[in-house]
Design a protein around this ligand. Structure first.
Ligand code: HEC
Length: 200
């Protein structure tokens, strides 16, 4: 199931081509914006694949609770491990985070709130990119799907008791339950080096 989750995130990311361009800085042209949105998406997809292949193994060896334990120990380690070269940082954050290290800051919260309204209105929230401290920072929405609910859905009806127990043991301050499908579970935040020309 965990594997399913990662496959579905990967599919979602692949389906989620940047839909609008939001140049937020006059130094960056629309071409730059598209370039960084696409580059950041590739980085997020690569991290996703790495998570998926490792979690597939954890699921096969020890089931959902084992996969949860694996996620607890390895999710951030794995996403950090792909950071190299022009990819300066890559992480998942949320307003309702499970891991206390994945809390969204004010700028990320503003995007999250906007994306939530867009989802409610039946729209696909577009990815955005902006310049910050000479770096390019892109956000990509992560939307909940049926496979997510066994670890992020209703504590009464979706999450198995042994899974809930493991969640509470690892994450006493967990905020990441109570989700239904098609809600904003969090976002990818991808920080990239800026090339002087905006191109490779
Ligand atoms: C087997 C249980 C399980 C399933 C299924 C699952 N997650 Fe998670 N999820 C976790 C755990 C555990 C963490 C915390 C990982 C860590 O400690 O870094 C987490 C963290 C996250 C985060 C990072 C932000 C945070 O809350 O810390 C996002 C985003 C996320 N999950 C999205 C999803 C989505 C989307 C799905 C379905 C496609 C999904 N998850 C399915 C267990 C699960």
């Amino acid at each position: 199931m965990k594997m399913l989750m990662f496959i579905s995130i990967a599919l979602f990311l692949m389906a989620c081509q940047p839909q609008t361009m939001v140049p937020q800085d006059e130094n960056n042209t629309q071409a730059d914006t598209v370039y960084y949105l696409n580059l950041g998406q590739q980085y997020a997809q690569n991290a996703q694949k790495k998570l998926a292949s490792n979690l597939k193994q954890a699921m096969q060896e020890s089931g959902p609770v084992g996969a949860l334990n694996f996620c607890h120990e390895q999710a951030i380690v794995l996403t950090d491990s792909v950071v190299a070269g022009d990819l300066l940082d890559l992480k998942r954050v949320s307003d309702k985070n499970r891991n206390p290290d994945n809390v969204a800051n004010d700028a990320q919260l503003a995007y999250i709130n906007q994306a939530k309204s867009q989802l409610l209105a039946g729209q696909n929230p577009p990815a955005v990119v902006h310049e910050l401290n000479d770096q390019m920072v892109a956000y990509y929405p992560i939307v909940s799907q049926p496979g997510c609910l066994q670890c992020h859905g209703s504590q009464q009806t979706d999450i198995a008791p042994e899974t809930l127990q493991a969640i509470k043991e690892h994450y006493p301050d967990d905020k990441a339950t109570g989700f239904a499908v098609n809600q904003l579970r969090g976002i990818w935040v991808v920080t990239m080096a800026q090339h002087p020309s905006g191109n490779p």
